[in-house]
Design a binder for this molecule. Structure first.
Ligand SMILES: [Fe+2]
Length: 258
């Protein structure tokens, strides 16, 4: 016999008043069903044995036994709070951290190129720096998630990015923005694959995190950069790029203040 049953506190489903019954009448019926002070008579609906099929058994100390054994024996080198977190999800998060940091690295290389005195695109430089910070923030979100679920963060080696982005055929601006668009689309594809892993293991919280925190902003980024590519194709390589650079500078407060 559980502690709750011994106390006569086993939970029972309570049927709602039928449609059309007034609130006052329902209240009076509920009062009538309650045991009266000094009475030994228990209403039928409150007897522990009555309506066994409608009883919601909740025996916390019994149900938690197996978990308690695992928690008490867990070595302090492992997470105590890890719960239903598949190893494939954990590895996928570490891979995505590397992808976000690598793209941040590429954005920083683009920033350094656009900021050169012989390139002179301060708006591009500021926008690339801003995007680099944003990708690092995405990596931080994944690190926070990994730790929250009891996974272990592993930072893999970052690929060394190119540092030269001059292109006389397309112009530097369009060449760089097309590169960025391809990277953002690739990132969205990798996030979709990670979401597939979350769904494969029925990890609703992981899937929700990816959808809300990463996938939705990523699709917005792809749309934004695709529009920039379209605009840069329209304005050409000369004065148009100069004006586009000023437009980008206006989007990033730090560049406008410089
Ligand atoms: Fe990102």
């Amino acid at each position: 016999m559980s502690a709750l049953t011994a106390l006569g506190l086993s939970c029972q489903l309570v049927r709602a008043p039928s449609v059309g019954m007034s609130a006052q009448r329902a209240h009076l019926q509920q009062r009538a069903a309650m045991p009266q002070p000094g009475s030994d008579v228990k209403p039928a609906d409150m007897t522990p044995s009555a309506g066994a099929s409608q009883t919601l058994n909740f025996e916390p100390f019994q149900e938690v036994k197996d978990e308690l054994v695992q928690v008490s024996q867990a070595p302090n080198s492992e997470s105590y709070g890890r719960l239903d977190y598949h190893q494939e999800c954990e590895e996928g998060v570490n891979d995505q951290i590397n992808i976000e940091l690598t793209i941040s690295y590429v954005y920083h290389a683009l920033h350094a190129f656009a900021d050169r005195d012989n390139v002179g695109l301060p708006g591009f430089a500021a926008w690339f720096k801003n995007e680099s910070d944003e990708e690092r923030a995405h990596a931080q979100l994944l690190i926070d998630f990994q730790n929250k679920r009891g996974g272990r963060v592993k930072l893999h080696t970052l690929m060394s990015p190119e540092t030269e982005f001059a292109n006389s055929d397309k112009g530097d601006g369009l060449y760089m923005m097309e590169l960025v668009l391809s990277l953002e689309k690739l990132n969205f594809h990798k996030l979709r694959l990670l979401h597939d892993i979350a769904c494969k293991h029925d990890d609703a919280e992981f899937a929700d995190f990816l959808e809300g925190q990463l996938l939705a902003p990523q699709s917005r980024s792809v749309k934004e950069v695709a529009e920039y590519v379209s605009q840069l194709r329209r304005v050409g390589k000369g004065l148009g790029v100069f004006q586009f650079d000023q437009m980008l500078a206006g989007l990033v407060p730090a560049a406008a203040a410089a």
